[in-house]
Design a protein. Sequence first.
Lengths: 115, 115
Amino acid sequence: NAGVMQNPRHLVRRRGQEARLRCSPMKGHSHVYWYRQLPEEGLKFMVYLQKENIIDESGMPKERFSAEFPKEGPSILRIQQVVRGDSAAYFCASSPGQIGSGEQYFGPGTRLTVT
Amino acid sequence: AQSVAQPEDQVNVAEGNPLTVKCTYSVSGNPYLFWYVQYPNRGLQFLLKYITGDNLVKGSYGFEAEFNKSQTSFHLKKPSALVSDSALYFCAVRDMGNQGGKLIFGQGTELSVKP
């Protein structure tokens, strides 16, 4: 039973380019969460999605960032016109459902470096 | 607003000694509390959770945590530390608000176990 998959594991972008981060949840999980870990900081929530729906995007920067979780395929976190401050580790987590006690299962992360 | 705090950035323990990593929380209603561990350049691994029931929760790798409602604490403990326990530990609370599901993390505690 494969865990949460994220790719790429490392991504280098120049300022102004676009970054696309992919997340495939665990089998049977329909809820995906994205978190960002800045250097020397804890994880901060960005967005919570179910298939084809954004449920909570309260942690997403207002500009340049978007996320989707289509009916088929992985969830995508897209960062347009990257800046150096976007350099961070981006983690995806999945769970089988929203409600209650279930823990979230985390992927290995994508480490984005903006040069 | 719900929050967790980890008052220690770093905890140093000798191998074989007991360890405690502290966490306090602030929530409205009943808390859903979690501990995760992060090894270098890896994702987060779930250790244990408190939802309801016994105040002493047992988890993976010999870890346990004690829920104390009066002190609003959820400290992580292990009777005998191993060098391999050295890692970054995060306490988290699940946000059960209207858009429920996201985890709110503490800033993390670096555990160093010396031989």
